[in-house]
Design a protein around this ligand. Structure first.
Ligand code: SF4
Length: 431
């Protein structure tokens, strides 16, 4: 096992998702304890003391946003934050596109408790067969007084509404998610105002993904001090990592922060499929810069170590790339995706993605020009910091990251009008 585990602590069986099994494992025990014994400020303080960072592509402490959300709303006329007793929303993307949601129920978060209506919204962004199960069981939970106007008879009110999305990548961005939830095109919004001031339906809204929320029950159950002993000083806890690509044992693993990444790839996941050699990994979703096999050796699974190596943890969607894979074709797939998913609001992203896609298609088609590689870098750099959301930047990071390490493959492709690696993305067959 890759370190200690906090979320994947039970065997997955045909009934492990049911409310009965969850309660038999002690589920909602923390909720009862917290509702009976803790004030909202104590909960916020405990979560802050745990040092947990949000398990999203751009991590931030969830307690900080919870605090600002509970205390302010915004004036529609002056945009000034003011104290409020009005309703608040906690928004939890249940289905981050780059990896599956964790096998745990929403439990034990009382940070938003205050006078007024409170609403927890879960937003599964893709329609798929797994989603009806939590929705059915959540309704059962409601009947059993785990949700509603007076949870467990304490007077604490929390509603949970599950929404299905249509599957747009940019709706994984917090403000785009809220806009789509309001029934409009999922366009990300310019900030300020922050979402904790003016979010869903103009109300203060905290957006944390379900993996982050799932950790809160554990923190409140074991206490912040015990939680901080798991992982590293700057990245306490664990993270769910979905590993795919040319790897022998793909799947979702829970990794303790600080765990050696090479050990994880080579030992826990069985190394490269078919006994091949590792070329590189995409560490945390395609927006993170690739790390070569040699660069990976000293890296441990935590934010500081990945930053030191020149990349990031991102969303925990790791892709293993085997030796022999064509990096030109890989970048083509990535840029096609970014172009397709650009919402089109910002000129640098809308036009830049299209331009980059056109250039990479030209190279792969055998019509590459000598200046094409530098042009890809120029467009990437021009996009950096000029767009509403991070997607414009992200495509540039991925492109610059691959070109910095595998430029020779691109030059070969332009010069010889074919791939040095036979243009394959599939894992090569090894004897
Ligand atoms: S950066 Fe791209 S995806 Fe993000 S808001 Fe602008 S056009 Fe839309």
């Amino acid at each position: 096992m890759p370190g200690r585990q906090l979320l994947m602590t039970f065997p997955v069986t045909a009934t492990s998702h049911t409310l009965a099994d969850y309660r038999a494992r002690g589920g909602y025990g923390t909720l009862s304890k917290v509702l009976a014994t803790m004030k909202p400020e104590q909960v916020t303080k405990e979560v802050a003391a745990s040092g947990i960072l949000g398990h999203a592509a751009r991590p931030s402490p969830p307690a900080a946003s919870g605090r600002s959300c509970t205390s302010t709303t915004v004036s529609r006329t002056t945009c000034a934050p003011t104290p409020t007793k009005a309703s608040r929303h906690l928004q939890g993307p249940l289905d981050p596109r780059e990896r599956p949601a964790p096998p745990r129920r929403v439990d034990g978060d009382r940070r938003l408790r205050a006078a007024g209506e409170e609403c927890l919204r879960l937003h599964p962004r893709r329609v798929r067969p797994a989603l009806p199960a939590p929705r059915r069981s959540d309704r059962r939970g409601l009947r059993r007084r785990l949700l509603g106007p007076s949870i467990l008879g304490t007077g604490f009110a929390l509603d949970l509404v599950a929404h299905r999305g249509a599957g747009s990548y940019v709706c994984g961005e917090a403000s785009g998610l809220l806009t789509s939830l309001e029934g409009r095109k999922g366009y990300p919004r310019n900030r300020p105002p922050r979402l904790t001031v003016r979010g869903l339906y103009q109300r203060p809204t905290v957006v944390n993904n379900v993996e982050t929320l799932s950790n809160l029950a554990g923190i409140l159950s074991m206490g912040a001090e015990a939680f901080r002993k798991i992982g590293t000083a700057k990245s306490p806890g664990t993270q769910l990592v979905s590993i795919s690509g040319h790897v022998a044992r793909p799947g979702v693993y829970e990794l303790e922060f600080g765990y050696p990444v090479a050990k994880f790839v080579y030992e826990d996941c069985g190394g490269v499929l078919g006994g091949g050699k590792l070329k590189c990994i995409v560490p945390g979703g395609i927006s993170t810069k690739v790390l070569t096999a040699a660069e990976l050796e000293p890296v441990t699974y935590d934010h500081a170590s990945f930053q030191k190596a020149g990349s990031g943890l991102g969303s925990g969607g790791m892709i293993v790339i085997a030796e022999g894979t064509c990096m030109v074709r890989l970048l083509q797939v990535m840029l096609r995706f970014y172009h397709h998913e650009s919402c089109g609001q910002c000129t640098p992203c809308r036009e830049g993605m299209g331009w980059m896609h056109q250039i990479i298609d030209r190279i792969v088609g055998g019509d590459g020009r000598p200046g094409d590689i530098d042009r890809l870098i120029e467009i990437s750099e021009a996009n950096d910091g000029t767009t509403i959301c991070g997607m414009g930047d992200a495509a540039g990071y991925a492109t610059v990251g691959i070109l910095a390490k595998y430029r020779d493959e691109f030059e070969y492709f332009v010069e010889h009008k074919r791939s040095r690696c036979d243009g394959r993305l599939e894992v090569p067959v090894h004897a």
